[in-house]
Write a protein that binds this ligand. Sequence first.
Ligand code: ARG
Length: 443
Amino acid sequence: MANKLWQKNITVDSEIERYTIGKDAEMDMYLAQFDVIGSIAHATMLETIGLLSTADRDTLLKGLREIYKKIQKGEFEIEPGVEDIHSEVELMLGEVGKKLHSGRSRNDQVLLDLKLFTRAKLQEVVEAVRSLFDTLQAQSEKYKNVLIPGYTHLQVAMPSSFGLWFGAYAESLLDDMQMLLAAYKVANRNPLGSAAGYGSSFPLNRTLTTELLGFESMCYNVVYAQMGRGKTERIVAQAVASVAGTLSKLAFDSCMFTSQNFGFMKLDAKYTTGSSIMPHKKNPDVFELTRAKCNKIQSIPNEIMMITNNLPSGYFRDLQIIKESYMPMFDEILDCLNMVKRMMAEITVNENVLGDSKYDCIFSVEEVNRLATEGMPFRDAYKKVGLDIEAGKFKANKEIHHTHEGSIGNLCNDKISALMDGVLNQFNFDKANNAEKGLLSLA
Ligand code: ARG
């Protein structure tokens, strides 16, 4: 096979070719549109420093915008024998394409593509997290007066509520959103111009490409810019793993609470699956798959760390393998987020869980607190109630008064929501989106 950008006078062994290209034809499709956008910025910059004539630049921009349209229409593919997305785009541009690579290497090109891809995907994740957050908060408010038992050691412990349960997962997403914001800031810096990792003797205008692409800043040091490969993906994967951790815990609770032995919540039959042998089964597979998928996502930062941990500075082909874990991760987390949102919006709750006397003991602490308020030392009250329970003499008073911040009677959902807005306002997706639209002449 010929079509390699670096092919000179030696034909590479076909098995070596297969092995080194690996899954790039599939993985690089995720990067296609971003490779084109990056090249538009690069070509625009090359003209301003005299490395491209205005006519050549215009031919390149026209060609690149046509390729972009093909990608959008699903008519673009990396042809067999072509090494990667960078080669495919350059080859499609024909003769003038040969002028595009001045001052650039595939090393900074793929870095740039990954950063642009990450920005776009994080935007989708942030929107999906926000949407689930809103659903959980709405359910928390709706069911704030419905009590359930809280557990420690999976043993019945103290009064809790659906208000607390739904609201807890919403607040968990607030912290996950902080992680996403930190990850976005790391991804939102421009590596283009670092070339193979040591810059170029051409007088590149990196400030211009940084502005054209709507980045917050550039990765200045060219050696560090290249070191960002793998590091960016690990940090972003950690943020996504944080979201996955929230979903996986929520999924486990939901499996448990929908089981007949708890009977706290119910999924409509159309959201469950059956058994091939037991005619009565309505299984919550949707939560089980969410739990497994999200647990798998939580291993991705570790995979990336293992791939990159013992690499010195400078580019290595090892970095290509990260794409196989990293790119599909976004599809998976988005699928999980959307599914969980749907289930949380539709799930019904049992409004009389505490009608069952086996939960009466959750009010034991209330009784201890009542006696303590009346003047009995807490330790004596604790002992008295304990002995009453053992002797079968304990009568539960189900009137509870939890008033402090974050408790059953004072959920503070409005405060949590204000914090979420504060984090969301810092993303500034418009800057990136408008810059990219501008490069594509779509503005
Ligand atoms: N497919 C390669 C990667 O993902 C592109 C960069 C190739 N660079 C190189 N020096 N071989 O890393």
